[in-house]
Design a protein around this ligand. Structure first.
Ligand code: NDP
Length: 318
């Protein structure tokens, strides 16, 4: 595994990190979850990303992860970087979502109980809250670090200006923003419009989520929608109607370039992100160990020729 420095911090993260948004809930196969986590760690993936609401049901991914680390990772906590987040709806009433101090502090306490941990390594504000002063949300992150419940803090889904303000406030508070977690893939490129420049300037790391566009940037949908795929599952966030003929045509063309490079499409999609040194790590999801093995081949092939890049641009821009 290659480890990259997270912004200008002291923390190194693996080029590939594993997220537990899908495939680790109570609706999923527990034995398979264990196998994936063991294989990931044995392959040098030290960073595991969670959130209060991951499941389904919400909270179950953290609970299952807690059981598995107790069982299989006893003694390895210091070799792991575990993150969690709060921002989306987690419980009823006015204190169960968004960015108030009340919600963030209570939610992290619940997450720590579910995961049976004393602290998380990174705690995120999962989304900006238009109704709560940013000073309050960032103040809660600062407090969490001072309480020893998280070592570092990050932000996710913050647009450029929101991120700029959050980073400034955290600096003033003396708890620098470690990392931003935006959606970024070949199919979703908003971060190229200023966010990556800001993060580089401020020395903040970047860990793109859904780098495979939830599985679209793989060869799995080329011949229809497989039964066990995210698009086919009732609990999957990817909808069947997102797998359009135009999308499949684009995927087929990208798949052809990947084959010419001697890579699978999943590998090329990750290599394409990792070619930019501002990307600290790509945050993938997997439903099988074989997918993880496939993705693991990507960080050693991040050089693209001008011609390859141009061909990719042409496909993506049509
Ligand atoms: P990806 O874009 O990596 O999609 C993962 C899916 O792609 C897998 O479930 C699998 O689909 C398919 N896949 C992965 N590898 C392969 C392969 N080699 N060959 C074929 N198919 C493959 O990421 P996710 O959308 O799962 O997001 C990753 C993580 O990012 C989350 O777990 C979470 O930690 C974070 N995240 C954060 C968000 C935020 O708001 N901060 C929002 C969303 C995600 P299948 O299941 O069909 O087999």
């Amino acid at each position: 595994m290659e480890y990259r420095r997270c912004g200008k911090s002291g923390l190194l993260l693996p080029a590939i990190s594993l997220g537990l948004w899908h495939n680790f809930g109570d609706v999923d196969d527990y034995k398979n979850c264990r196998k994936i986590l063991q294989h990931a760690f044995d392959s040098g993936i030290t960073h595991f990303d969670l959130a209060n609401n991951y499941g389904p049901p919400p909270g179950s991914a953290e609970e299952n992860f807690g059981h598995i680390i107790k069982k299989d990772f006893e003694g390895y906590r210091d070799e792991m970087i575990i993150s969690s987040k709060a921002g989306y709806r987690m419980w009823d009433g006015p204190y169960g979502e968004w960015g108030s101090k009340k919600y963030l502090i209570s939610s992290l306490d619940q997450s720590l109980k579910r995961m049976k941990l004393d602290y998380v390594d990174i705690f995120y504000s999962h989304r900006p809250d238009p109704s709560t002063p940013l000073e309050e949300t960032m103040g809660a992150l600062d407090l969490i670090v001072r309480q020893g419940k998280a070592l570092y803090v990050g932000i996710s889904n913050y647009q450029v200006e929101e991120a700029e303000n959050a980073i400034r406030i955290l600096n003033e508070l003396g708890t620098p923003c470690l990392i931003h977690q935006p959606k970024y893939s070949m199919f979703e490129r908003w971060v190229e419009g200023g966010l990556l420049d800001l993060l580089e300037r401020e020395g903040v790391g970047c860990i793109p989520f859904s780098p495979l566009a939830q599985g679209l940037l793989t060869n799995k949908y080329l011949k229809g929608i497989p039964e066990d795929s995210r698009a086919a599952k009732p609990t999957g966030f990817l909808q069947e109607n997102q797998v359009t003929p135009e999308m499949v045509d684009k995927i087929a063309k990208l798949n052809y370039i990947a084959q010419e490079r001697g890579q699978t499409l999943a590998q090329m999609a990750l290599s394409w992100l990792l070619k930019d040194e501002r990307i600290t790590s790509v945050l993938i999801g997997v439903s099988k160990v074989e997918q993880l093995e496939d993705c693991l081949e990507s960080y050693s092939r991040t050089i693209f020729s001008e011609e390859e890049l141009e061909k990719i641009e042409t496909i993506l821009s049509h």
